[in-house]
Design a protein around this ligand. Sequence first.
Ligand code: SPV
Ligand code: MG
Length: 433
Amino acid sequence: MKTVYLAMSADIIHNGHINVIQEASKLGEVIVGVLTDEVIASYKRFPLLPYEQRKIIIENIKGVKKVIPQKTLDYEENLVALKPDYVVHGDDWKAGPQKQIRQKVIEILKKWGGELIEVKYTEGVSISKLDAALQQIGTTPQIRMGRLRRLLDMKPLVRILEAHNGLTGLIVEKTKVEKDGQIREFDGMWVSSLCDSTAKGKPDIELVDFTSRLNTVNDILEVTTKPIILDGDTGGQVEHFVYTVRSLERLGVSAIIIEDKVGLKKNSLFGNEVEQTQDSVENFCRKISEGKKVQVTDDFMIIARIESLILKAGMDDAIKRAKAYIEAGADAIMIHSKEKSPQEIFEFCSKYNEFEKRVPLVVVPSSYCQVTETELMEKGVNIVIYANHLIRSAYPAMVNTAKSILENERALEASEKYCMPIKEILTLIPGGK
Ligand code: SPV
Ligand code: MG
């Protein structure tokens, strides 16, 4: 009996997949390499079903002998291990991003006289259309909340971008670029206190009350499905914080980040230019542990943010606090810096990586924005937050438009130079017609 290998993500199954399996089974015993969650998350998007469930589905399709995981987009590892007589794939991969993978499969098969068989691609099914339709259906609070932990298990670096209303939430939800044959997108949203306050025309000093912050969160929740991390400022009084945790959990927010400051909080990027007081280790640990106690699910995360480097309290203080906050139950640590170079963050990372009890590490490269995701990954960072970039780019664009109308005493110049066409804005959000 000949052996036949084929690989698929099997996240959304349609007749095209069944056709490929049927054709493959005519050639011999079919082994299917189902792509692991990590692989799907790295090149496409968050898988709808975890590997174990996708494996069961494929195992039960007629003509499939066995299912094994395929741990890379590249077929090499499984092909070398199995040495199949045939690999079967739809002929759609001759062009486009999978071209190189195809070429490599042909070359590897040559080593033992194996052959690539290409089945005519089934027209009329479009995974991207099915994907979009699923996104329209939405999500549930429970599924959305758990997605951050799943992403952390799946991806070396989780990529988060600021959103401060429904529209910016949609930008984070939907923006994609194709690079090196892979789809790149953001994994979730950061509801920044700076951007939420600024959008409301208020300073970032915990002036925007929690009800108002929750309204912003709700606007974003209504139109998106990706996980949300809320900037919880100091978390307020412990007695209030426990209610905050419960409210966020109920809504399906994945995590809150609270910073170890007390009194009138000012934005961290001011550093010591303004008066800011760091909380005591004891008080802040109590806030974390009381918050953890009231959680209903295991999914919600309380992330402790360390301000020692911002306030020039030193690296040793930052490390001491990280250990204490983890002991108190913090699900992750955020280390912040306002330096122009990532050096002190890198130093923190290497000390942090030595911890016996290590939890995910979060960074916010606003001032040291030259740092790349690859560098952060190499240092062991698990979540990168681009904390303020949508509002920082929108504001100058809007001011330019306002100035242009004043200068010209009409809107023609601004419309042509700075504005999207009316037709586009009318149809930007579907369902308006
Ligand atoms: C925010 O985005 O509000 C933050 C990050 O807390 S920072 O502005 O750098 O303090
Ligand atoms: Mg903030």
